[in-house]
Design a protein around this ligand. Structure first.
Ligand code: TRP
Length: 431
């Protein structure tokens, strides 16, 4: 069986889910999590919320609303790893590791940070006025979210693509320094998922205050839909489907046949009021069964809490050992271990091959004896593969490999006793 593809995405806990979030993120993510061969990590990005929001009650409320919405929309916590970012202490720890391998200049170029700086400059203010270090570090925290679980695909909106590219950079610079630990992630942009227009026809978004809450009670949903902006054409006058917010929202919920039927009704001059009724009923048909579950979960927050804590246990089963490995890799190590390792090296008394990269950007390998004295030194090579191949050849053929590798090696004395012994030992079959 092939290894599953890992999807990961985070939802900032800063608001109440609306129909745009449902169509653009919740619905496709829940569907994707049901596919075979896919492993999904979905989480509530509450550390990210702290960057924008300093109302504790709102963070808590939003966390509950978003978790309840995803669960109500059919997310199966047994199939996916569904957790709250702040339940995973390894994430801020990894954030620091990544901070130390991320160029400050890269973060200077992040869109969200730059937008704030540009706005300040245009207003004649200090460039960093009211910009927190949290906003500046946003991409690193997001990089840690992604790299912690070595996600392959990160479904996000277009505005987040730059962040995924930054996470790739972080993966590369960490791997470059400390060995291959991270999989460079890729943004997964769902081209087929439309952005939903809001009440005023602009993109549905909290910042435009034009949203329809996903789980508004039926009467409120009806009222909000009645408020969708339309033109002033009277009943009987043909109406344009194109450019109509009402039509687009309908399309996001309806089948192709239903959509075609509405298009025809538009051409035949359906009254706006009647079209709004159709839209209301169509949305409610999809949402009503979920709304019951949502209302149940909102009334029983302890159930949501328990599910999130179970999710955190699953997430940490991956994060804790991985973080331990990363701590080792960067040199945050127990001291007792060093002492033992040194003692062992003396005892075994074997030579070893090392592969590394120098400041000149080239790749090297060398054979050193147990005390660290160099027996064989490579020249600078173009790729890590060349160094790896050479090492493999030395291990497979020992002394016999030397002639073939001559071009890759600094001059050496093939008759040097310790070199010959080391190569013989290296290529001897192990027990
Ligand atoms: N920044 C994302 C947004 O605003 C939320 C987020 C946080 C995220 N961490 C993530 C998305 C990791 C994908 C992967 O939409």
């Amino acid at each position: 069986m092939t290894a599953p593809i890992r999807f990961l995405t985070g939802i900032t806990t800063s608001g109440t889910p609306h129909l745009g979030n449902y169509v653009g993120s919740i619905r496709p993510s829940v569907q994707a999590s049901l596919r075979d061969g896919v492993e999904s990590y979905y989480f509530l990005a509450d550390y990210h919320a702290l960057i924008k929001i300093d109302e504790p009650a709102r963070i808590q409320r939003s966390t509950l609303e978003i978790a309840a919405s995803w669960l109500a929309a059919g997310l199966d916590p047994a199939r996916v790893v569904f957790y709250r970012q702040s339940d995973i202490p390894e994430i801020p720890e990894l954030t620091w590791f990544l901070t130390c391998v991320t160029g400050k200049g890269i973060l200077n170029r992040a869109h969200a940070y730059k937008a704030s700086v540009d706005k300040n400059s245009a207003a004649g203010l200090d460039a960093d006025a009211d910009v927190s270090a949290g906003l500046f570090m946003y991409p690193v925290l997001m990089g840690a979210d992604i790299l912690m679980f070595n996600a392959h695909h990160v479904p996000v909106g277009r505005d987040q693509v730059q962040h995924i590219e930054m996470a790739r950079d972080m993966a590369h610079s960490f791997n470059h320094r400390y060995g291959e630990h991270f999989v460079p992630p890729q943004a997964a942009i769902e081209e087929s998922v439309a952005t939903l227009p809001g009440l005023d026809g602009r993109k549905m978004s909290k910042s435009y205050d034009n949203t329809i809450p996903l789980f508004a009670p039926r009467p409120e949903l009806k009222k909000l839909i009645a408020g969708i902006k339309t033109d002033s054409r009277t009943p009987g006058e043909p109406k344009d489907a194109e450019g109509s917010a009402l039509f687009q929202i309908y399309q996001a919920f309806a089948s192709a046949d239903e959509t075609a039927a509405l298009a025809q009704a538009f051409a035949q001059g359906i009254a706006w009021g009647e079209a709004k009724d159709m839209l209301f009923e169509r949305i409610d048909r999809e949402i009503a069964p979920m709304r019951a579950r949502y209302e149940h979960l909102m009334a029983h927050p302890q159930e949501v809490e328990a599910l999130l804590l179970q999710g955190a246990v699953k997430a940490r089963a991956v994060a804790t050992p991985f973080m331990a490995r990363l701590r080792q890799a960067v040199g945050l190590r127990g001291l007792a271990h060093t002492v033992k390792a040194a003692a062992k090296a003396v005892k075994t008394d074997t030579a070893s091959l090392k592969q590394y990269r120098e400041a000149d950007g080239r790749f090297y390998f060398k054979l050193v004896d147990a005390k660290g004295a160099v027996l064989l030194q490579s020249r600078g090579l173009d790729s890590p593969q060349m160094a790896g191949q050479s090492i493999a050849l030395l291990k497979a053929r020992g002394l016999d490999a030397l002639a073939d590798l001559q071009d890759r090696l600094e001059p050496f004395d093939a008759d040097h006793g310790p070199l010959r012994q080391a190569l013989q030992a290296l290529s001897a079959p192990t027990e």
